[in-house]
Design a protein around this ligand. Structure first.
Ligand code: PBG
Length: 307
């Protein structure tokens, strides 16, 4: 009877699994702070994605760890860069799996910031060109959706124009529209080797104290042409997800980020929480708040539990 009257449903297809791709062959290096998550070389990633597709998971989002980093984030838009190669290989093997690419520079810059540094600070407008080139190169490799996570102003419009001009009118943009400057990205920065070498990201990511600002950020991104919007992190920002759901009709994603994953995992490993129940309850609460789909490191576990 509970099934019959349940208000919120969770399915494997609501989940998107973040994956980290690195150079080499047969590499499967576990990320210390994110047990069960790995930096994978392309061959291993392709096999992983076949499994992911079989589980009925909604898709994957790819992050790259390049061979080398520089001041100009050249690896981010290199046609034979790590993500570009990975997308081609994954789409060749699992053509129906939805492949989203994260568009950002922090994994590719030697200083770890999301944009170009001018006079010791990230230069918003100079970064737009980098982002556009990266997004177009991802689309050209076969990405189904591009997802800018840098939080520069005006990047959705720049990327939309770039995609259209390059003949990718049908490639949608999932915008990390309301992305907070959060401590909960800590484990990810180990996974993607992208911690800023000086300063922090507070000049471009949002103040956790602000809710109305999130709605303004989302509205701007929609005006610029975002097809889908995202709130990130998820559990500490359920109120923002709810407010965005009520105000906007666009498809809404939420990112249960690395720190949310690692907290649950650590508690479960200590015997303080039941892992399976924590996975399902956390994901259900994010759906209940109003997210249509969830980027989560628990995607495979959730699919197995729900299957
Ligand atoms: C890139 C990016 C980050 C995350 C997704 N894309 C890190 C950051 O902004 O520092 C975090 C994801 C996670 O913590 O799981 N800018």
């Amino acid at each position: 009877m509970r099934d019959l009257v349940r208000e919120t449903r969770l399915e494997p297809g609501d989940c998107v699994l973040p994956l980290f791709v690195c150079p080499g062959e047969e590499v499967r290096r576990e990320i210390n702070s994110m047990p069960g998550n790995y930096q994978m070389s392309i061959d291993v990633l392709v096999r992983e994605c076949e499994q992911v597709a079989e589980l009925g998971i909604g898709g994957i989002i790819l992050f790259g760890i390049p061979v080398s980093k520089d001041e100009e984030a050249s690896g981010a838009h290199d046609e034979s860069g790590i993500v570009q190669q990975a997308v081609r290989a994954v789409k060749r093997a699992s053509s129906k799996l939805i492949v989203i690419t994260d568009v950002c520079n922090c994994e590719y810059t030697s200083h770890g910031h999301c944009g170009k540094i001018v006079d010791g600070d990230v230069d918003n407008d100079a970064t737009l060109e980098w982002l556009t080139r990266a997004a177009v190169s991802h689309a050209r490799s076969g990405a189904d959706i591009v997802a800018p996570s840098d939080m520069m102003d005006g990047r959705v419009e720049a990327i939309r124009n770039g995609l259209d001009a390059a003949g990718f009118k049908n490639t949608p943009i999932l915008s990390y529209a309301a992305k907070y400057a959060s401590v909960f990205y800590g484990p990810f920065r180990e996974a993607a080797e992208s911690a800023p070498q000086f300063g922090d990201r507070r000049s471009y990511q949002m103040d956790p104290a602000n809710a109305r600002e999130a709605l303004r950020e989302i509205e701007l991104d929609l005006e610029e042409g975002a097809d889908m919007i995202m709130v990130k992190p998820a559990m500490p920002y359920l109120d923002i997800i709810r407010a965005a759901r009520e105000r906007f009709d666009a498809p809404l994603a939420a990112y249960q980020v690395s720190g949310e994953f690692s907290m649950i995992m650590a508690a479960a490993r200590n015997g303080w929480l039941d892992l399976d129940r924590a996975i399902l309850e956390s994901l259900t609460s994010i759906r209940r708040a109003g997210a249509d789909f969830i980027l989560t490191y628990f995607a495979k576990d959730a699919a197995r539990l729900l299957g």
